[in-house]
Unconditional design. Sequence first.
Length: 120
Amino acid sequence: MTPNKTELVGYLSIIKDPRLDRKKLHQLTDILFIAVCASLCGCDTWEDIHLFAEIREEWLKQYVPLSNGIPSAQNLSILRRMVLNVLKQETSKGSLKGKRKKASWSEEYLVSLLPLMFNF
């Protein structure tokens, strides 16, 4: 079976955008798509992800509209805040730092966090 070229974008569009409508210069799906692709290509920092997006802008536009151009590194960092909010919502005891470590060590724990991100 050949995957649809927009399948990843479809999955990413499920994620609820917590930002106020008037503050949305870039679509969350665009930001997430850029971050996933750049991370798969080895980008580790928001600056790296932004540079990747600038270099690959035409390729990215085949999948997401990028109607307001490439998000800045600062705009891309919204993902970090979203992820931290998900960890804060998670009800088990422990520090935020401990939860981040646990998510990196335990695939089961990481999977348990996804419903919080997708608001299921």
